[in-house]
Design a protein around this ligand. Structure first.
Ligand SMILES: [Zn+2]
Ligand SMILES: [Zn+2]
Length: 460
């Protein structure tokens, strides 16, 4: 009950009355030339809008104007397309086309700019919808843009091939055969206290790249932002959080977000990110928004970790967990148990390790090689004995609240999936083994406390 009350203080559902409010607030910022702030408010408007309405198209259109002033021409062009897709009114088209031409000119896409000018001129000739004074202003702007095109066309090519080398291309030097993505300057070890860790094998040079690995899981940290109390003057929230500025999947900074169709809080840098997130985890997370914000980012990471795993090692890990649950609590002090667990896991597949008599390194595959996968994450130590009883209690309560909510959402999804097959894939399978998933999430929450590096958080 208490959690329910806390969760409901977050505005995570769509409120179709909100877009107009956010658009007007955005317009105020725009007038003050605070374009980034305006763009965020328009994004909030988009998140609450019904698709294919003038409301949504105007939010996108206004945001495109803000992005234009911020010199983000590519993003501006995308928003112009989005505004058009959601029913941008005919009477405002010339203004929008003018902005499009200006973007194309600034991006050096002169051919397309010329074509758009021709389109605009012929549509103006066919349907003169503008008042004489705005027609004059438009013509003046068009003349100016044509001049700019001519100037640019006369300039010699000034863009040599890119010379910069991205971090992604940085070489690791000699590749480590035991640890994927690591250099030969480190080797992998394990001990009961530290768990799996790296040890230097030789002197390390300043700036030497040792390990390069993508985060297994990342969740956008919304930052410290208490929910708005009910009964305050403003029903809607105009404060800016990380959630407004970064893609909720790839964490890219963006002012031109695309909203989730189901909630008002998840936003993405692109349609692709939105779809990927939906397929991989957000279809489960979407109805849990308020609860996840209340329970905090560790709980969110723990849930997402188990959701992502469904696509990787799920059978194996679930089997492993089931065996463990049958005998003992998997979250109890793990020193000996964990090694046993992994001995057990590896036993059926390879006899090699036991023959050699080496202690297998938790999370590595049968031939002792480390790779970034769920097995590797799962085997990080939770250091249960070091956590306070209060902390363990909070973790357990959080996970059980999440499990309850998942069960409720699953029942709903099952009913809905009778009508729409699109949603079916996610929750029912998860809920069939809810005890197992709950145990895995609890383990991850305890791990996170002492493996802070496991989180990719965004702080600004
Ligand atoms: Zn993204
Ligand atoms: Zn959503």
């Amino acid at each position: 009950m208490f959690l329910k009350r806390l969760s409901s203080a977050y505005l995570v559902e769509k409120d179709y009355d909100a877009p107009l409010f956010y658009r007007e607030e955005g317009n105020k910022k725009f007038q003050e030339k605070e374009y980034a702030g305006a763009a965020v408010l328009y994004s909030k408007g988009v998140s609450h809008s019904r698709p294919n309405t003038e409301g949504m198209s105007l939010c996108y259109a206004n945001r495109s104007a803000a992005l234009f002033h911020l010199d983000q021409y590519e993003e501006c062009l995308k928003d112009i397309v989005r505004a058009g897709m959601h029913g941008y009114p005919e009477r405002l088209q010339p203004k929008m086309l003018l902005r499009k031409i200006a973007c194309l000119v600034n991006l050096g896409r002169l051919q397309e700019a010329r074509q758009t000018i021709t389109d605009l001129e012929s549509s103006l000739a066919a349907k003169p919808t503008l008042t004489p004074s705005s027609h004059q202003i438009l013509q003046k702007n068009l003349r100016h843009l044509k001049m700019k095109i001519q100037e640019k066309e006369n300039l010699p090519e000034t863009f040599p091939a890119a010379l910069t080398r991205a971090f992604e291309d940085m070489a690791l030097g000699e590749k480590n055969k035991q640890i994927s993505g690591a250099s030969l300057s480190v080797s992998l070890h394990t001990d009961p206290l530290k768990g799996r860790h790296l040890v230097a094998t030789r002197d390390i040079l300043p700036g030497e790249l040792l390990v390069k690995e993508d985060a297994f899981v990342s969740v956008l940290n919304p930052g410290e932002m208490p929910p708005l109390r009910h009964g305050l003057e403003n029903k809607w929230d105009t404060r800016v959080t990380n959630g407004d500025l970064y893609c909720h999947r790839c964490l890219k900074h963006t002012l031109a977000t695309v909203p989730c169709g189901g909630c008002s809080y998840a936003r993405y840098c692109s349609q692709e990110c939105m779809q990927k997130a939906w397929e991989c985890y957000h279809s489960t997370e979407c109805p849990l928004g308020g609860l996840l914000l209340t329970l905090g980012v560790f709980c969110h990471v723990a849930l997402r970790m188990t959701l992502l795993t469904r696509f990787e090692d799920v059978d194996r890990v679930v089997r492993m967990l089931c065996d463990e649950i049958g005998n003992k609590d998997i979250c109890l002090p793990e020193n000996k148990n964990l090694v046993k667990t992994f001995n057990y896991t590896n036993r059926g597949e390879s006899e090699e390790n036991s023959k050699k008599g080496e202690t297998p390194i938790p999370g590595c595959n049968v031939s002792g090689k480390y790779e970034s996968n769920y097995n590797a994450v799962f085997s990080l130590l939770p250091h249960t004995e070091k956590h306070s009883p209060e902390h363990k209690f909070i973790c357990a309560v959080s996970v059980s609240a999440l499990c309850r909510q998942l069960t409720a959402a699953s029942l709903q999804t099952q009913t809905m999936s009778l009508k729409s097959s699109k949603l079916k894939a996610v929750t029912p399978g998860l809920c069939a083994d809810l005890t197992v998933w709950g145990t895995a999430m609890l383990r991850h929450m305890l791990q996170l406390q002492c493996n802070a590096q496991a989180i990719t958080s965004t702080w600004h």
